[in-house]
Design a protein around this ligand. Structure first.
Ligand code: FES
Length: 87
C-alpha cells in the first residue's frame, strides 16, 4: 500500500530537537521547498516539545512522527512523499 500524498509537515522546535539537528533540518527542508513547493494549503509548521526528546530530532509528516531525523533522512522523506504527490 502506498502512503498518502504529503498533507502536513511539522518540525519540532523544542530546544532539544532544535539543538540536536532540527536547526539544520529546517534549513534543508526550506531548501527543498524552494525547488519543490508544497501543494496549496499545506505549510511547514513548527511545534513545541512533545516529550519525545530522547528520540529526537523529531519531524512529523502526515501525522507520523519520525525520530532521529538528520538531513539525509529528511531529504529521503521529502522525496518519498513528493513522489506520492506526483502520482
Ligand atoms: S524537544 Fe522535540 S520532543 Fe522535546
Amino acid at each position: 500500500m502506498s502512503p498518502e500524498p504529503l498533507n502536513s509537515i511539522m518540525i519540532c522546535m523544542g530546544s532539544s530537537c532544535f539543538s540536536r539537528g532540527n536547526n539544520r533540518n529546517i534549513e534543508v527542508i526550506q531548501e527543498h521547498l524552494a525547488v519543490q513547493p508544497l501543494p496549496p494549503g499545506i505549510e511547514l509548521t513548527g511545534h513545541l516539545c512533545e516529550g519525545h526528546c530522547k528520540a529526537g530530532p523529531n519531524v512529523t509528516i502526515n501525522g507520523k512522527m519520525y525520530h532521529e531525523v538528520d538531513p539525509i533522512v529528511i531529504i529521503g522523506l521529502l522525496n518519498h512523499y513528493s513522489q506520492q504527490r506526483a502520482e
